[in-house]
Design a protein around this ligand. Structure first.
Ligand SMILES: Cc1ncc(COP(=O)(O)O)c(C=O)c1O
Length: 482
């Protein structure tokens, strides 16, 4: 046995783990591997010390530690013995054996639905043109943001908050949304969350009962589909036309309607006021809640934006969702959800229960960033930049693939839908493009009703002109071939 140990215990006096700890770890490994079996006796501490050429004190320490962990039993003047059933217990908790044996857990319906929804799409490697949904982080004013964060670190210490939502941020954000998006609410109605997606999931979780019907735009946002479906809704896609979601008489009234009226995802169209009023009337008549996802409507290129539904709704059935990840950068994991006054307590309870809490220092920094006017000036600057990138992409696509693709030029936002004129397999095309280094999202994967529409969804915000031109050249070459 002593030989076995001396072979295995190549203790290194230069290792950064103290000798006693090395010996403990190696002995424990011998036991858990089954090389030292239950009931087997170790050599005496004196013999071990001699064999391993270390001090007896080190051996005593290691053995004492393993005794306290339950791997060894020590009784007076007897050699330490490997404890009962430790090896078999460990076989369950360590290594490949345990993985092989681990039972296949049955997933909850919630997790199964999430798996079926196949959202979000996974892209490997760093973001590349034309991955949708990205702001240009290279343009973000990090020096100002850094100052806001520093100030926030002190502010949080001076004014510890009680609830999950920073009242200063609620105040300044509401002021911003009231002026620029026409939103009407009280500050306490704003839940500050880690993302807009968290807002969608929270509404779905709080309002939906299994089997409830939810309507969403088709083509539409996969994140909304996933949140609604996972919560147990039967999701029904309603076709969008040039004015956005078109209401249709259906047998079963919906419990929730998901819309992106200011910049429809992914077609980019804007829902005119008449249709907005129709939608509100419908919700009033049927009792359906409306989720208004205003994800990137801070960026407007042509004309003034239409006021949000959340500002037009006297009956308070609109849940308004927004995010800082598009205006600022994806790493700022903060979004928000405005809920009807009567539901503030229920939503705050759910928010705390699920732990959908946004970092307090980050919230304070954002309040500071908005208060200083840095948020508005960043939006103004990025609006000019994104408008020129949108125009650049449209130009480049027209010259590279104008015969095969058509597009409506979006009046806002950071992405554009290029529709295929012929019967192109957009999933296959998108995969080929991905292999060639260009990211796109196929339109057919965003459809929630039966439709033969095909196309590619392209983000243009995060890429400079050279990147847009290079991406468009590759895209054009593939489209022309398919
Ligand atoms: C329509 C829409 N809603 C919501 C989101 C999610 O925003 P967040 O990153 O804050 O979850 C996105 C992100 O791409 C989006 O495109």
């Amino acid at each position: 046995l002593a030989e076995l140990l001396s072979g295995l215990l190549d203790l290194s006096s230069r290792g950064d783990k103290a000798l006693a700890r090395q010996l403990t770890d190696k002995l424990r490994a011998l036991i858990t591997d089954g090389r030292l079996k239950s009931g087997e006796r170790l050599p005496s501490s004196r013999t071990l010390a001699r064999t391993l050429a270390i001090s007896r004190n080190t051996v005593v320490q290691a053995i004492g530690q393993l005794e306290s962990e339950g791997y060894l039993t020590i009784s007076r003047s007897r050699r330490p013995v490997v404890g009962d059933s430790v090896a078999s217990a460990d076989a369950f908790t360590s290594g490949a054996d345990a993985r092989k044996r681990s039972p296949a857990f049955r997933l909850s319906p919630w997790a199964q639905h999430l798996g079926d929804a196949a959202w979000p799409p996974v892209y490997r490697g760093r973001p590349r043109a034309f991955q949708p949904g990205f702001a240009d982080e290279r343009e973000f004013p990090r020096h100002i943001w850094g100052r806001c964060l520093r100030q926030a670190a002190h502010r949080v210490r001076r004014h510890p908050r009680q609830g999950p939502n920073d009242p200063d941020l609620q105040q300044v954000l509401l002021k911003h949304l009231a002026v620029h998006r026409g939103v009407r609410a009280e500050p306490r109605q704003i839940m500050i969350l880690p993302s807009a997606q968290a807002g969608l999931a929270l509404v779905a979780k709080v309002l939906i009962r299994t089997g409830d019907v939810a309507w969403m735009e088709s083509p539409g946002y996969g994140g909304a589909f996933a949140a609604l479906r996972a919560a147990g809704a039967t999701v029904c896609g309603l076709a969008v036309d040039r004015d956005g979601l078109k209401l249709a008489e259906r047998r079963q009234a919906p419990r929730i309607i998901f819309v992106t009226p200011s910049h429809q995802y992914p077609t980019g169209c804007l829902m005119p006021i008449s249709r907005r009023l129709d939608l509100l009337q419908f919700s009033n008549r049927t009792g359906a809640a409306i989720i208004e996802d205003d994800y990137d409507s801070e960026f407007h290129y042509d004309g003034r934006p239409v006021a949000a539904l959340a500002g037009l709704d006297p009956s308070a059935r609109v849940f308004y969702v927004g995010t800082f990840s598009k205006v600022m950068m994806a790493d700022i994991r903060i979004g928000y959800l405005i809920v009807p006054e009567a539901l503030v307590d229920a939503f705050e309870l759910a928010q705390r229960h699920i732990g959908l809490l946004a970092d307090m220092t980050m919230q304070a920094a954002l309040a500071e960033f908005i208060e200083r006017g840095a948020y508005r000036s960043h939006i103004r600057r990025m609006t000019r930049l994104y408008r020129s990138r949108r125009d650049r992409l449209v130009e480049a696509l027209a010259s590279e693939a104008g015969r095969h693709l058509s597009f409506d030029i979006p009046a806002g936002g950071m992405q554009l839908l290029a529709r295929c004129k012929g019967a192109i397999d957009d999933v296959k095309l998108s995969l080929q493009l991905q292999a060639a280094g260009v990211i796109t999202r196929p339109l057919s994967e965003m459809l929630y009703h039966r439709s033969s529409q095909r196309g590619l969804f392209l983000g243009f915000g995060a890429w400079n002109e050279a990147e847009i031109d290079a991406g468009a050249r590759i895209l054009g070459a593939h489209v022309r071939r398919s």
